[in-house]
Structures are given as C-alpha cells and as structure tokens.
Write a protein that binds this ligand. Structure first.
Ligand code: PMV
Length: 308
C-alpha cells in the first residue's frame, strides 16, 4: 500500500502559539510517500539510508511502527520505502508527513484501517516520543490538509502562491523555543506584549488573506517579522533576504522556529504574470534555495498505482 501526506508552512504565530496565542498554518503541495509491504523483517529505506527499526536514523518511522503495533495488538515486519518531496529539517513539516503517511499505509497493508482521527492521535504521540514536546499542529495539518486557524481548528480558504527560501543556516526548534522562554523570563512585560501583538497580527493576516489584500499583508508580515526579530529568532542573513524580497514587492517573514531555517514570502497576484515572474525569478534564486508552494486541501490519502 502506498499513502501520502502533505507538508506545511506556518503563515503566522510561530513562538506566540507556544504561549496559547493564535497560529495560521496551511498544508502545502509537497508530499511524502510511504510504501508499505508485508515482509519477513522490518526494513526502512529513505534518503537518510536503509535500516531496520532504527530510532536514531529513522526515529519517526520506527516509532510509527512501534505505536501501530501497540494499537493493533500484533507484531508487524513491514518493508517501508519513503520518497519525499519535502526538504528534510527545513520547517516544512517533513517529520509529521512521513509519520502520517506511514501510519496510514501500515493500517491499510495490515488490514487495520485507521480513521483520520486515529492517525492524527498516533502521529502526535510519535512526535512527543521523538521531540519530547510538540504542539501537534504539524500532525494535524498533515493528516487533514487545508489551512487552519489554531487552536480553534477553524478552516479557512485562500489561494496565495507562496515562496519558501532556505536561509542556508540550520534551525533547531527546541533551541529557539528555549531562547524565547529565557527572554520572556527576563522581560515578561515586554515579551508578553509582543505575543499579544503577534496574536492580533495573526488574526489580521487571516482576514487579509481571505480578501486578497496585498497592501495589508505587506504591513502585517513586516510587523510580524519585526516582532520575531525582537524576540531574537532572526539572523542577519534572514534580515538581508527579507529586505531583498520586500524590494521585489513580496511580503516576507520567518516561517517556523527561526534562527535559520526557512523564510516565507507571499507572491502577489501582480507578480504571477509570466513576464514579471521571469525577471523576479532570477533575482529570487540568487537569495537561496527556493521552493514555490501552494495551499493543499487534501490531507493523508491512499495512492493508487506504483509510487516508486
Ligand atoms: O520550525 P518548526 O516547523 O518546527 O516550527 C516551530 C514552531 C514554534 O512555534 C516555534 C514551536 C511550536 O511548537 O509551535
């Protein structure tokens, strides 16, 4: 059986969401494919290598197998092949997508079909096992697809074309979350007020996306990025890339934990005309490795045919 699940981007609300504020997250049109076949011993192969159950090299898939066994009450020895369009460790949700697609394919292959709710719950458990702490947003979006206002789980629709640029610096989510927690301890009055402002910005971004208001998005993305910088998660390199994107008329900000990782830009309607896009493309490519993504409304699904 082959199942696939999408990656995600955080449009707004990273870090403040950890303190109960709103976040806007959307699934994107990059998918991870897991092919699961019954076999006589566990084998997991991916771009990370070929292993058996291995909690170092393939922690998410290995925990998915283990928790699936607990759920269905039997031992399984699958041959699992992973193929992913989602760059690993770039803040685009590759871990959640591999977990969700593997759980769904295990269920189908072993005749223990899991509902979406069950896949989400198990994937969230896997995330907790591997990361120690997790908001569950990635697993939710990867399972159900679509764009969501969290924590309400209120779905919204928009069609913006988005640009994700890798800053070339690595981003470690736990380190960035700890850095922000430390600042909040030192300056609670300042940092809490920043989180409150981020919360308002997130709600306004949702409205601006729904009505396609690019002028508002420029202001709101700019304000959001300034606040992310204020809480210490931007870098000189990120600031430079964002300034270049703004010059091109693209509202941009960090997406995910920051300290490196990815930058999200919203490609305005006016730049989608082929002749303009061409002149802009060359300039953008010089900024870093970039991927153009669109919102994806389909979550985990079974693939027909041979996905290899
Ligand atoms: O970089 P990512 O995709 O792991 O996103 C982290 C988002 C944070 O808000 C910084 C942490 C969290 O658990 O929500």
């Amino acid at each position: 059986m082959i199942c696939s699940a999408p990656g995600k981007v955080i449009i707004s609300g990273e870090h403040s969401v950890v303190y109960g504020k709103h976040a806007l997250v959307t699934a994107v049109n990059l998918r991870c494919y897991s092919e699961v076949r019954k076999s006589t011993r566990v084998r997991i192969s991916s771009e990370l290598g070929e292993t058996g159950l291995d909690f170092e090299v393939h922690p998410y898939v290995s925990w998915a197998v283990k928790l699936f066994e607990e759920k269905c009450g039997k031992t399984v020895t699958p041959d699992i092949r992973i193929r992913s369009e989602i760059p690993v460790a770039s803040g685009l949700g590759s871990s959640a997508a591999v977990t969700v697609s593997t759980l769904a394919a295990l269920g189908l292959e072993y005749g223990f079909k899991l509902s979406r709710e069950e896949i989400f719950e198990l994937a969230r458990e896997v995330e907790l096992k591997v990361q120690g702490r997790a908001s569950g947003v990635d697993s939710f979006v990867s399972t159900f697809g679509g764009a969501w206002l969290m924590p309400e789980k209120e779905e919204f629709k928009f069609s913006a074309k988005m640009l994700v640029i890798n800053s070339g610096e690595s981003s470690v989510t736990s380190e960035m979350v700890a850095r922000v927690a430390e600042l909040r301890e030192l300056y609670p009055g300042v940092v809490e007020r920043i989180f409150e402002a981020m919360d308002s910005v997130t709600l306004e971004i949702k409205k601006a996306l729904e009505r396609g208001d690019n002028k508002a998005l420029h202001f709101l993305f700019g304000a959001n990025q300034c606040m992310l910088k204020a809480i210490g998660v931007s870098t000189f390199r990120i600031d430079g890339i964002i300034a270049e994107l703004e010059k091109l008329g693209i509202p941009a900000k960090i997406t995910g934990a920051g300290g490196g990782g990815s930058i999200l830009g919203l490609i305005p309607e006016s730049l989608r005309k082929p002749e303009k896009a061409e002149s802009v493309d060359g300039k953008i490519e010089r900024l870093g490795k970039c991927t153009v993504v669109t919102p994806e409304f389909e979550g985990v699904r079974q693939e027909t045919g041979n996905g290899r």
